[in-house]
Design a protein around this ligand. Structure first.
Ligand SMILES: [Zn+2]
Length: 328
């Protein structure tokens, strides 16, 4: 995942946490997670251990409340905490230090009405900065079992909490370097604007209209898709996968992302021809385009000024019939 920094007291193992984690993880909790949380079955041993530890700290340190007659059980806490821990698996984090309590409702619930509203909105969840995360238990359980629904309320609301960490509600968690932040903003802003344009033109979109509400909802919805429909996200928005998980690019996923893009363009958008170009010195990019099936068509000599130096541009292309006959 992206290289986030935790802004408050770092997640040190204080004596309380050390004692808590020295206890074996209960067998019945493992059995519950195996049965109720689809993601859990996909994790390796090291990831499971990390998830167990983070979930136990979240269960122990947050205040848990039930509303509308719901009695919150240990298994309910575990289901929420394990999915929240999934979001921060592999990140430097502080156990969502701004989340003071987690409040569960049996099903969707009504928010307090704003001054201009007659009645409050009925929602499945809400995240409050330096406050609570409110969740519909019915939704939490259904989505834990079946990620193919494409939604994950826990991931959505806790992604808001990551977004709040740097003090800005802008769809960006606090990232480690300036380059990462710039790249993040560039990609997220570009994809957000494209989504809004597509919706205006009444085009079908993968992320949906709710993601177009504002950049913070965009980040939360994209996070849901990253965890629930990663393959489709990679096909429709490889650029988002690249900023969410830069390491994937180095593990050969970039080729897969380009192939996904080709499939989407030729079969989804029904384009006839795809062109791509890059700096001739960028050998990894050239290799990537060739590996994905594009053909080099041109090399324009010294047509681009880059950092005071004239450089060559190589052009690649692929026709729909070439793509289809290659059997990709
Ligand atoms: Zn939201």
């Amino acid at each position: 995942m992206y290289d986030m920094i935790a802004t408050s007291a770092q997640a040190k193992l204080n004596p309380f946490r050390r004692e808590l984690l020295a206890q074996p993880f209960p067998k019945e909790w493992k059995a519950w997670l195996s049965a109720k949380m689809a993601h859990y079955r996909l994790l390796n041993d090291a990831e499971r251990t990390r998830l167990h530890d983070d979930a136990r700290v979240l269960i122990a340190e947050k205040t848990w409340e039930g509303c509308d007659g719901l009695k919150v059980t240990e298994m309910m806490k575990l289901t929420v905490a394990a999915q929240a821990a999934l979001l921060i698996l592999g990140l430097e984090h502080d156990y969502f230090s701004r989340v003071l309590s987690i409040v569960l409702f049996p099903t969707d619930f009504e928010l307090p009405a704003e001054s201009w509203e007659e009645r409050g909105r009925v929602v499945a969840g809400q995240a409050v900065n330096y406050g609570s995360v409110f969740l519909s238990w019915e939704t939490v359980l259904g989505e834990a079992r079946d990620p193919t629904i494409g939604h994950n309320l826990v991931i959505h609301e806790f992604a808001h909490q990551l977004d709040f960490l740097d003090g800005y509600t802008n769809g960006a968690p606090p990232l480690r370097s300036r380059e990462q932040t710039q790249r993040w903003q560039q990609v997220m802003h570009g994809t957000f604007q494209r989504l809004r344009r597509d919706l205006q033109m009444e085009r079908k979109t993968f992320l949906g209209s709710y993601a177009a509400t504002n950049p913070t909802e965009f980040f939360s919805v994209a996070s849901e898709k990253f965890f629930s429909l990663p393959r489709q996200l990679r096909q429709c928005h490889p650029e988002l996968v690249e900023v969410f998980h830069p390491n994937l690019q180095r593990r050969g996923y970039a080729t897969e992302a380009v192939r996904g893009l080709l499939a989407y363009a030729f079969t989804g958008l029904r384009v006839r021809r795809i062109v791509a170009e890059c700096d001739s010195r960028n050998l990894p990019a050239r290799g990537l385009l060739l590996k994905a099936g594009l053909r080099q068509e041109s090399e324009c000599i010294q047509d681009r000024l880059q950092k005071g130096q004239w450089v060559n541009t190589v052009g690649f292309a692929l026709l729909k019939q070439e793509y289809e006959s290659s059997g990709q």
